[in-house]
Design a protein around this ligand. Structure first.
Ligand code: UD1
Ligand code: CA
Length: 445
């Protein structure tokens, strides 16, 4: 059997007023990427490659945010917000191309998984004309209630139109549903706005379908997965659910998180099994940590590759372009940017290493600074293998320090140092016996 064709319609025309933001809420990030991109990712995981995105504002910015995903997105403007059925019909020209299945999702429900969307598609394959994703709400206030009898979905009643008895139902409509493409347009076209809100409710298609003998069903999912986002508090809750889910996945895959609730991951964070992450670590975008590495407490990583058995922190900051080879160590109060730290090399205390390449087995003393910026340009420092840079050295780039070099503590190094040389770049020490007493006598007088 051929794969059924499917169009996802993403509703995102809500005016976002409660976000009190200059931009559409679907552009706000969860785990470091826009909500709308999470939705597209789930759509893609459900095997769907085309989406119609219904927006009310920021069409260009939203369109731009969706570039680069696996889903081909066409944007439609719903200029008047007359309800969810009206919103779906804003994409009518896409619907009219004819698809076997239609998947309606919300741009502000970003944690929906590909697996749940797939389950709704499977319900269509099993004979439903409309398959609604539902959940058991801890507090159902505000949601449409699912009227289910003997396992069959009879209707969805919006809160404002429900009787007191119906409001006691806790099984609710997520708003996300799959609709048979064969029936979609005719069902939605039947919806009127004769209800408490005077809106065209997409939820009405359940009763319309049943009146025509078309089967309807519910696919249950977890409430947290279906959390929506109307204000900044919801946004923080959605972030928390995402973090909890990802931490759980990582721990089950073999990563030790000592205090998981204090570790913040990004959508693309990759951590291999047998890594230990201590408390209070923040991962920004683009981080990969290989097996056996330890990320010490209070470290902040972004755009960094930490190789096997390396040790970072506590209190380390790895900025974009940091590449730590096997067994290397970046210790407390060190900042690394666009730099390669070779195998077994140690940058243990209070250093700034930026725009640098350091070989293997080198020791960078406490307080060493690469002076990479001259006010105009960023310059490169290269340091060979098995070198020893004394404490509090300033390495003024561009600079080349060979293998096996020793740089004296406190040096300011401005010229290249060949392999195995000893370099001093500081005033020679002078010691005057008894002179301290003379100084004190003068001061007292
Ligand atoms: C809707 C459902 C309700 C469900 C709830 C889940 C209907 C009639 N009701 O209610 O059963 O429990 O979602 O959150 O469908 N949108 C548009 N254009 C519109 C109207 C809405 O794009 O004209 C978008 C919104 O941006 C939002 C989504 O559709 O992403 C849902 O709209 P919202 O107003 O939040 O629907 P509810 O009344 O909460
Ligand atoms: Ca809502």
């Amino acid at each position: 059997m051929r794969n059924p064709s499917c169009l996802a319609i993403i509703l995102a025309a809500g005016d976002s007023t409660r976000m009190k933001s200059r931009r559409s809420k679907v552009l706000h990030p969860v785990a470091g990427r826009p909500m709308i991109v999470h939705v597209l990712e789930a759509i893609s995981e459900a095997g769907v490659s085309e989406a119609a995105l219904v927006v009310g504002r920021d069409a260009d910015a939203i369109g731009a945010a969706t570039a680069g995903t696996n889903v081909q997105v066409e944007t439609f403007l719903q200029s008047e917000r007359l309800g969810t059925a009206h919103a779906v019909l804003a994409a009518r020209t896409a619907l009219e191309r004819g698809y076997d299945e239609i998947l309606v999702t919300y741009g502000d429900v970003p944690l929906i998984t590909g697996a749940t969307l797939r389950a709704a598609r499977t319900a269509l394959a099993d004979g439903s004309g409309v398959a609604v994703i539902g959940f058991e709400a801890a507090n159902p206030t505000g949601y449409g209630r699912l009227m289910v009898k003997d396992g069959e979905l009879l209707a969805i009643r919006e809160e404002k139109d429900a009787t007191d008895e119906e409001r006691r139902i806790r099984r609710c409509n997520s708003g996300i549903m799959a609709i048979s493409g064969r029936h979609a347009i005719e069902l939605i076209a039947q919806v009127n706005n004769d209800n408490a809100k005077g809106e065209y409710y997409l939820t009405d298609i359940v009763e319309i379908a049943r009146a025509r003998g078309i089967a309807t069903s519910v696919v249950d999912a977890d409430e947290n997965e279906l959390a929506g986002c109307n204000n900044r508090q919801d946004l923080a809750a959605v972030e928390r659910f995402w973090q909890e889910r990802r931490r759980r996945e990582l721990m089950l895959s073999g990563v030790s998180l000592i205090a998981p609730e204090t570790v913040f991951l990004c959508h693309d964070t990759v951590i291999e099994p047998d890594v230990t992450v201590e408390p209070n670590v923040v991962f920004g975008p683009g981080v990969r940590v290989e097996t056996g590495a330890v990320i010490g407490a209070f470290s902040h990583l972004e755009g960094a590759h930490v190789s096997a058995d390396a040790h970072v922190g506590p209190y380390a900051r790895l900025r974009p372009g940091s590449r730590l080879a096997r067994d290397s160590k970046v210790g407390n109060f060190c900042e690394i940017k666009n730099a390669t730290i070779g195998e077994g090399t140690k940058v243990n205390h209070l250093s700034y290493i930026g725009d640098a390449q350091i070989g293997s087995g080198t020791n960078i003393g406490a307080g060493t600074i690469t002076c990479n910026y001259d006010g105009m340009n960023k310059n490169l420092t290269t340091i060979g293998s098995r070198a020893f840079i004394g404490s509090n050295a300033s390495l003024v780039a561009p600079l080349n320090i060979g293998d096996g070099v020793i740089v004296a503590a406190g040096s300011t190094i401005t010229a290249d140092v060949p392999s195995n040389a000893l370099a001093f770049g500081r005033a020679r020490q002078e010691t005057k016996p008894e002179r301290a007493n003379t100084v004190r006598k003068t001061s007292r007088a």
